[in-house]
Structure formats: structure tokens, C-alpha cells
Design a protein around this ligand. Structure first.
Ligand code: SAH
Ligand code: SF4
Ligand code: F3S
Length: 492
């Protein structure tokens, strides 16, 4: 199978590139062309400076952003930049932003002040801002006005144009702003780097059609678009042949995958096909909207051994009244029924969730319904969020915004209960021998490694770094709250 990097190298050494007078119109060739121009530019700069050119990516938000960042890093590496985490000594810095809650926004503005001081010290530094925040007109307005030192601003729909945008900035000399209000297509076959050599995210759909009333994502990520199954499978096969053993299929709502395709395909069917790829040993996916979770998917999870026994199933609230206001389109009873069916089909399934506290109009009774769901489901872990008002969403103009002190009190009570459930669930595996994917050398003790169980729990155990990327049997000897200490079981 052809590797994207190989395809780029072949193009860049061809006459098509060397003799080209203008960029090709079609993608991804057009971006390969700009990667080629950047590579020459990077090389000239390196000669002049007597050192490499460094680039640093800062990623906020969810797995979608993380994957987009890997794509940008893939382009930068192909262009000859060296990735680094040290912001102080970089030549190009990217902030891939999130706007799902106000605090994600505030953090970026906070960092911009620092970037300004950095640029004063290094005037050649290129600063790029992208991601979900940039899809909001008021944000871009503010950057144009008050943050003139920023070099490149682009959004979520044109990440594939990254090479071209950098070129535009270095050849044009002034701030480049390119925001699309929708995506016209999905550009395939661009390079992507990976944080871990043995696991990778794979986009299966982009955008969201659900318009939960509190959520900004559909506005900044656009309508739902599924990738063609052939493209997904080709990427998974390429990753497998490159040493990847675990993949995470990514979409805002993977359960509605494929409904928009010319030849519709269910998510369960996609899972079956991905499961057939040799070399892939573990499959995860995120996120599942409860309203679209089919019995077919439950059955597929039970039947396919490579699919991890873990499901992230955001409930958001346990009150049917609030769920309706949130436009989630399921009730407390329907959610609990789903959980019962999941537990019946996959007895050891680990369930995790997202909960919002303080949605407008949430009463004590509503909150107690949420506590009741947490108690009944007994989640392995739970991401709890304080409701954050997002301008432009229906919930932002709903009456009865809940006072801060009430939210704080509810949040603390929820956190205590969630902690109890997680501790109970985590402790259940003590003494078991389980398959663990070894991810890295332990942060605190270099004689230990850290790995992940199928249900997403971490295990630390004595072993060497040569096991990184392998799935090995580990006996769980000690439970320390939310993780385990274990020992490698040597196979006879
Ligand atoms: N598509 C995914 C999640 C996307 S955002 C899903 O539907 O599950 C991740 C989480 O952020 C959401 O599940 C929700 O719990 C939280 N969230 C989204 N908007 C929020 C807001 N305005 N305030 C607080 N939390 C929010
Ligand atoms: Fe937001 Fe709802 Fe879409 Fe998730 S499903 S991204 S919470 S609108
Ligand atoms: Fe944030 Fe965008 Fe993800 S708003 S949560 S980075 S889709």
C-alpha cells in the first residue's frame, strides 16, 4: 500500500512539480505543491540561520482537534520543520482552539498576550490560530483589531489548506485570514503525524446535526459529513501496516455514521469491516449519542472481540424535563433502558459519561434525577461540566439561568458520588490478569511502564521500554483508587 509520504516524495521529485508554473487546481496535489515550496523555503532559512526550523502545536479541546493537529504536524514535518514542545525557541507556533465552554476561550486570549511578548523577542516567529474559536465571527474580528501580530487565522473547514496558507503568509507579508463557513468536501491523502506509533485516531465523520440547545459545536464544525468507508478502511490498513494496533474511530456522533452517504452504511457495519483489518487489535470509538445507539451496534460490540468493552455514552442530565430542553431527544427511562441492554449484552462493559450541571431552569429535583442515574448506572468515570453560556445557542437566551453558588453546591455533590462509583468500579478487577497495551515509560519511575486496559484504566508495572506498543498480559495486584499496579505475566 502506498504511503502518503511516499506519494509526496514522488510528486516533489517529478517534473510535474519542478516545472510547474502555477499550483495544481485539484486536491490533495495542490497542497503537495505548497509543501514543496515550503520545503525549499525552510531549506534556505536553515542555511541562513545554521540551524533547523522548529514548530510547536498547542491543542485545546476534543479528539477532533487533536487529530487535526496531527494533520498539521504531518504537513509541517513534510515541509521540513522539526516538531518541538518548547515554545521559547520556535519559528512557527500553532494554537488549535476550542470554544465549547467559555474557559477554553479565555485560556487562548490569555496565551495571546504571551505570544505577543515572544514575537517581540523573535520578530520572524510565525503565529497561526485555528480551530473552533476561529469559526466565530466576533473572535476573528477581535483578532484582526487587537491582535495584529498574529500571522495566520483559519478555521475548521480548511485545515487541509495549511501548507498553502503558510506560503501565502510568507510570500505576501501580511496577516492571512481564511475562514470558510462550510466544508465543500473532505480532502483525503494528506500526511498526518502520530503522537504514539502504535495507536491513532481515525475520523469517520465531521460536524454535527444534533443542535443540542447548549452546544456550539454544530455552528463551528458544520453539518455532519461521513467519510466514505473505502477511505476509512484504506487509512486503517495503512496505519496497521505502519505498526498501529489500536484505533479510535472519531465523530461527534459516530452512531449516525453513514446515513448521509450515497450508499448508506450503519456504524455497526463499519465496525465489522474495520474489525477485519489484520494487525488492528483494539478498536475504540467516540462519541455515541444515546438517541442513535442501535441494537445492531450493541450486538456488534458483543460479537466483535477487537472492539473494546468501553462505551462513552454522554447522558448530560438525568431529568427528562431538562433533556427535552437540551434537545437531546431521549428520556431518562430510554437512557436507562439502553444501559440495561448494554450491560446484558456486554456484562463487563465499562461506561463513562458527560454531565452538565446548572443548565438553565435546572431545579433541585432535576439535579436529583441526575444523581439517581449516576447511582443506577455506576459509571467507571464521568466528565462533569458546569454549564457555560455560548452566544448564539438557544440555551443562552433561556430564562432561569442557575445561580453560581447553587451550581457549585450541586457540582460538588455530583463529584463526590461520581468518585464513589469510579472507585467501586475500578476496584472490581483486583487479582485479574488482563491484556494491557503498553503506552510509555512511567513518568515517575523509569523501571516501570504505563499501559491501558481494554476498559481504558491505566496500569503501572515493572517492565522495560521495549514493550511499548505491545499488548501483554498483566496481573492486577494493587488498586490505587483510579489506577492499578500490576505485574507482567510471563507466557510459558
Ligand atoms: N459530541 C459529543 C460531545 C461534544 S462536546 C457528544 O454529543 O457527546 C463534549 C462535552 O462538552 C459534551 O458532552 C457536554 O457535556 C459538554 N458541553 C458542551 N457544551 C457545553 C456547554 N455549553 N456548557 C458546558 N458543557 C458543555
Ligand atoms: Fe454538541 Fe450535541 Fe452535537 Fe454533541 S451531539 S456535538 S453535544 S450538538
Ligand atoms: Fe472544542 Fe471544537 Fe471539540 S469546540 S470540544 S474542539 S469540536
Amino acid at each position: 500500500m502506498m504511503d502518503t509520504r511516499q506519494v509526496i516524495e514522488e510528486y516533489l521529485s517529478s517534473d510535474d512539480f519542478r516545472l510547474a508554473l502555477s499550483p495544481p487546481e485539484s486536491e490533495p496535489l495542490r497542497q503537495y505543491y505548497f509543501i514543496g515550496l515550503l520545503r525549499r523555503w525552510v531549506h534556505t532559512r536553515e542555511e541562513a540561520l545554521g540551524r533547523s526550523l522548529y514548530a510547536c502545536t498547542n491543542t485545546f479541546g476534543c479528539q477532533m482537534n487533536a487529530r487535526d493537529s496531527e494533520k498539521m504536524e504531518g504537513v509541517l514535518t513534510a515541509a521540513g520543520f522539526v516538531p518541538t514542545e518548547k515554545e521559547e525557541e520556535v519559528d512557527l507556533i500553532i494554537y488549535n482552539t476550542c470554544t465549547v465552554r467559555e474557559n477554553a476561550n479565555t485560556r487562548v486570549y490569555g496565551r495571546l498576550g504571551y505570544l505577543n511578548s515572544l514575537k517581540k523577542k523573535h520578530p520572524d516567529l510565525l503565529i497561526a490560530l485555528c480551530g473552533c474559536m476561529m469559526q466565530e465571527a466576533h473572535v476573528v474580528e477581535k483578532i484582526r483589531k487587537s491582535y495584529r501580530f498574529v500571522d495566520i487565522v483559519f478555521g475548521t473547514h480548511n485545515v487541509h489548506k495549511f501548507a498553502e496558507l503558510i506560503w501565502e503568509r510568507i510570500s505576501g507579508g501580511c496577516m492571512v485570514v481564511d475562514i470558510w463557513d462550510r466544508a465543500d468536501r473532505i480532502v483525503e491523502d494528506l500526511p498526518a503525524s502520530r503522537k504514539y506509533f502504535f495507536k491513532s485516531g481515525v475520523n469517520i465523520s465531521f460536524g454535527c446535526n444534533n443542535f443540542c440547545s447548549y452546544c456550539i459545536v454544530p455552528y463551528v464544525r458544520g453539518r455532519e459529513r461521513s467519510r466514505a468507508p473505502e477511505d476509512i478502511l484504506a487509512e486503517v490498513r495503512r496505519l496497521a501496516s505502519d505498526g498501529v494496533v489500536e484505533i479510535m474511530l472519531l465523530g461527534q456522533n459516530v452512531n449516525s455514521y453513514g446515513k448521509d452517504l450515497a450508499e448508506p452504511m450503519s456504524f455497526a457495519e463499519l465496525l465489522r469491516r474495520v474489525s477485519e483489518v489484520e494487525g488492528i487489535e483494539r478498536i475504540r470509538f467516540m462519541t455515541s449519542h444515546p438517541k442513535d445507539l442501535s441494537q445492531e451496534l450493541i450486538d456488534a460490540m458483543a460479537a466483535l472481540p477487537k472492539v473494546c468493552r468501553h462505551l462513552h455514552l454522554p447522558v448530560q442530565s438525568g431529568s427528562s424535563r431538562i433533556l427535552e430542553k437540551m434537545n437531546r431527544r431521549y428520556t431518562k427511562e430510554q437512557y436507562l433502558d439502553l444501559v440495561h441492554r448494554l450491560k446484558a449484552a456486554v456484562p463487563d462493559i465499562s461506561l463513562t459519561t458527560d454531565i452538565i450541571v446548572g443548565f438553565p431552569g435546572e431545579t433541585e429535583e432535576d439535579f436529583l434525577e441526575t444523581m439517581d442515574v449516576v447511582r443506577q448506572v455506576c459509571y467507571d468515570s464521568c466528565y462533569t461540566f458546569i454549564y457555560s453560556k455560548r452566544t448564539g445557542t438557544p440555551a443562552a437566551s433561556m430564562p432561569d439561568q442557575v445561580p453560581e453558588d447553587v451550581i457549585k453546591d450541586r457540582f460538588d455533590r455530583l463529584l463526590a458520588l461520581v468518585g464513589e462509583c469510579s472507585a467501586k468500579r475500578t476496584a472490581m478487577h483486583l487479582g485479574e490478569t488482563v491484556p494491557v497495551l503498553v503506552e510509555e515509560v512511567n513518568d515517575h519511575d523509569s523501571h516501570m511502564v504505563t499501559g491501558r486496559m481494554d476498559n481504558n484504566l491505566l496500569v503501572h508495572f515493572p517492565a522495560g521500554s521495549r514493550l511499548i506498543g505491545q499488548i501483554v498480559p498483566v496481573r492486577l495486584t494493587e488498586c490505587r483508587g483510579f489506577y492499578y499496579i500490576g505485574e507482567l505475566v510471563l507466557e510459558k
